[in-house]
Design a protein around this ligand. Structure first.
Ligand SMILES: Nc1ncnc2c1ncn2[C@@H]1O[C@H](COP(=O)(O)OP(=O)(O)O)[C@@H](O)[C@H]1O
Ligand SMILES: [Mg+2]
Length: 288
């Protein structure tokens, strides 16, 4: 009997709030965010700059403690970083003094895996990402896209339940980005883990995701949820479909409202209230 392996990585975020102390005052970065990422699901978060996306991801990663609310992964409260939650940032966070394969093996070494097994695991993963020929290169000898592929492989090496990605392709050119999106979706389907993905790029969020959450301007809360009904595997041709273009338009309109609201509050913070900027209603949770 052919039994499909179980998908993993249930993320449950409940009523999350974050207030930072800043210059003697406070900044409310995230407010009343509740969302669930189901095992094996690919979910994107999109919203104006400064709305709390990275803060939210850093809480799920265990790098930042929330002021209120809870985050659980597979039923366990998040109390700090863990190899069960792989993280990939926009800036390539590879160790420059280690070769590509040594970078990938790093987490496995920390877990005490014997060197032969480490090497096999790392080489298998590098092969999947088309990087086996570069296993003995140093990060400085690689292009941006290759470095980010190593970053993804390294995050996957310890078999995490979830992969958390904060604008991972933000520094890449458009062509490399498209290739990276395909590589990522292929690896995600093989690993059957859940992904929480932050991006500024509306098309990217739709192309990759099962669902896209739009956040309001700061304090960030969930403004809307868009379900992406496109079949898998996704193909570049789908981006030309009426359905895809319709979703892009809806997301653009939602984000434009929030970007204007964010700019309005920045202007007001700077003492320029009355400038005439249209500030849309924000903070109203709405599911469309
Ligand atoms: N450690 C911190 N201390 C004070 N303020 C912070 C800190 N981290 C983030 N912020 C503020 O919280 C808000 C949300 O930041 P961030 O989560 O980085 O937004 P995004 O990723 O959506 O651009 C911003 O106003 C930012 O300046
Ligand atoms: Mg950010």
């Amino acid at each position: 009997m052919n039994v499909e392996p179980q998908s993993k990585g249930l993320i449950e975020i409940r009523d999350l709030g974050v207030v930072f102390g800043c210059n003697g005052g406070t900044i409310e970065a995230v407010k009343s965010v509740s969302l669930t990422v189901k095992p094996g699901e690919f979910v994107s978060l999109i919203g104006p700059s400064g709305c709390g996306k990275s803060t939210l991801l850093n809480i799920v990663a265990g790098f930042v403690k929330p002021s209120s609310g809870t985050v659980k992964v597979d039923g366990m409260p998040v109390i700090g970083p863990s190899a069960n939650r792989g993280v990939v940032f926009q800036q390539y966070s590879l160790f420059p003094w280690l070769k590509v394969r040594e970078n990938v093996e790093f987490g496995l070494r920390m877990q005490g895996m014997p060197s032969g097994q480490r090497e096999t695991t790392a080489r298998t993963l590098l092969g999947l990402a088309g990087l086996l020929a570069f296993e003995n290169h140093y990060p400085d000898q690689l292009s941006g896209g290759m470095k980010q592929r190593v970053g993804i492989v390294r995050a996957l090496a310890t078999s995490p339940q979830v992969l958390l990605m904060d604008e991972p392709f933000g520094a890449l050119d458009a062509q490399t980005r498209v290739v990276m999106q395909e590589i990522l979706t292929n690896m995600w389907q093989q690993f059957r883990l859940s992904v929480l993905f932050i991006t500024h790029d509306i098309e990217e969020s739709i192309f990759l995701s099962d669902r896209v959450f739009v956040m309001t301007a700061r304090p960030g809360c969930i403004k809307a949820e868009i379900v992406v009904p496109l079949p898998r595997p996704r193909t570049p041709e789908m981006t030309a479909s009426t359905e895809f273009i319709g979703m892009v338009q809806r997301l653009k309109a939602l984000i434009r409202e929030e970007s204007l609201a964010a700019m309005g509050s920045e202007l007001q913070d700077g003492g320029l209230s009355g400038f005439g900027m249209a500030v849309g209603p924000s903070g109203v949770a709405e599911v469309i």
